[in-house]
Design a protein around this ligand. Structure first.
Ligand SMILES: Cc1cc2nc3c(=O)[nH]c(=O)nc-3n(C[C@H](O)[C@H](O)[C@H](O)COP(=O)(O)O)c2cc1C
Ligand code: SF4
Length: 446
């Protein structure tokens, strides 16, 4: 283990925890027992004091969501664990669940106790078969150990679509429909709502919930002693792209991006220096002048970028930024469900102008048109997908104006290599490689 790593959610030796008994022998379930001795108010206050922020992308404080749902007078409340993990460049939820599904279930039950949930649901993709198996087996063990009544935690399997991870789309899938984000947020209209019951629901990312087991077991002061004041605790980073050592690294927040990319991931894999880093496809690009930024939600936001879900995709100087922007925009356009006009039209229009530029058939008009479309992507849509597209595109135009201008009417001068979007499928610890479409993800493929 590298000295900068700090394993809390991941087992120290990275060996998977294979039974509830083994988990309990390591101190597991203590947090759940402790939480069940507390009132909802006490538990919510404790988690508020811990400062735990959501790890699904936005860093929203979990205690605020809990308070809203707990205070709602509805008869039924739900908690939903978001295990969709569809963000390109991210693998942390599946990795931690493969290693230890028990802490996640423990966290879900702590959350359920806090808001007095009628039921807890975990939703992931049907195609993630290794974790589907691990979660199903762990639920059965919890039931056998009488930690929960049969059927209290339900596993729902969804389609392989990016939108499954959007919380309002996930609730639609849980309710038996397609992943099309609904109008109302989960705390207003939740899982399995009926004409008479709104079922306000807390949706949290899998990593967020796993932290709860450790906070309850070890205490607030312990949790706050890890990481920064802004974002206490650890975060599990997925590092991929033009780096020497791609991989999964759990670290305390507060590490700099430079430390993550050079010390953990070993720096650039080839002869070219780094050019750009993307924390998924939802944030502004980060260029090397900002690599001394601390990895926590506040610091990343303060420099105009975002932490996202801790999946960093890195490109070196040999990569064409117009091609990268086009790749990301095509993904977002293809992921749009089409319910909102600025998203349905805007993402496709942007992708089309990027096609023109990349193919050497574009002009300055295409660049202006992209900017215009970015301005039209307001946040008045059902979800943030088009805002993500606009934020990402604008940041690329701002950071790499000459590169875009040089594509106006000219063929691309960068080496022509296959660019793929790293939708990570698994991580092989022995070879240190991620896989994509069943094959090792080689650096030349990025
Ligand atoms: C297009 C889109 C895709 C998303 N995908 C995921 C995802 O795969 N996993 C996730 O936890 N959150 C995802 N989110 C964020 C969720 O909507 C939600 O904010 C999150 O699950 C809340 O959990 P947290 O508070 O623990 O971060 C996505 C959001 C958008 C707009
Ligand atoms: S913003 Fe886009 S992806 Fe989100 S609901 Fe509207 S059309 Fe669908």
């Amino acid at each position: 283990m590298h000295p900068l790593e700090k394993r809390i959610l991941l087992p120290e030796d990275l060996k998977p925890i294979t039974s509830l008994q083994d988990y309990a022998a390591r101190g597991g379930i203590k947090g759940l027992k402790k939480s069940r001795e507390m009132s909802s108010e006490e538990l919510i206050e404790l988690v508020k004091q811990s400062g735990l922020r959501g790890r699904g992308g936005a860093g929203f404080p979990i205690a605020i969501k809990w308070t809203t749902v707990y205070n709602d007078p509805s008869n039924y409340k739900y908690i939903v664990c978001n295990g969709a993990e569809g963000e390109p460049g991210t693998y942390k939820d599946r990795y931690t669940i493969e290693k230890n599904p028990y802490q996640l279930l423990e966290g879900m039950l702590i959350s359920a106790h806090a808001v007095k949930a009628h039921k807890a649901i975990i939703c992931t993709k049907e195609k993630y078969t290794p974790i589907v198996k691990r979660i199903s087996e762990a639920i059965a063990e919890f039931e056998q150990a009488k930690l929960i009544p049969e059927g209290y935690i339900e596993l729902v399997l969804g389609p392989n679509e990016y939108l499954l991870g959007e919380e309002k789309a996930m609730l639609e899938v849980i309710d038996g429909r397609d992943p099309m984000p609904r109008n109302f947020p989960p705390f207003l209209v939740g899982a399995r709502y009926t004409p008479t019951e709104n079922n306000p629901t807390v949706v949290n990312n899998a990593e967020t919930m796993a932290h709860l087991a450790h906070i309850l077991r070890n205490g607030v002061e312990w949790f706050k002693s890890l990481g920064t004041d802004d974002t206490a605790g650890t975060i599990t980073l997925s590092l991929c792209g033009d780096v020497k050592r791609p991989g999964m690294y759990e670290v305390e927040t507060g590490l700099t991006v430079r430390e993550a990319l050079y010390d953990l991931a070993g720096g650039p894999v080839g002869k070219h220096p780094f050019k750009a880093m993307f924390s998924g496809v939802a944030n502004r690009v980060m260029t090397p002048d900002l690599f001394d930024t601390k990895i926590d939600f506040g610091s990343m936001r303060a420099v105009g970028c975002g932490l996202g879900s801790g999946g960093f995709i890195v490109y070196d100087e040999s990569r064409c930024m117009v091609a990268v922007t086009r790749l990301f925009l095509h993904f977002l356009a293809a992921s749009s469900c089409g319910q909102c006009i600025p998203c349905n039209m805007g993402t496709r229009i942007m992708a089309g102008h990027l096609d023109n530029l990349e193919q050497g058939q574009g002009s300055m008009t295409d660049i202006e048109a992209i900017r215009l479309e970015c301005g039209r992507c307001t946040n008045q849509t059902r979800c943030f997908l088009p805002t993500q597209a606009a934020v990402l595109c604008t940041s690329m135009l701002d950071k790499f104006p000459k590169e875009f201008e040089s594509h106006a009417g000219n063929a691309c001068s960068f080496p022509k290599e296959e660019l793929i979007l790293p939708k990570l499928e698994s991580f092989d610890e022995e070879t240190g490689q991620f896989t994509y479409e069943g094959k090792p993800l080689l650096v030349e493929q990025f």
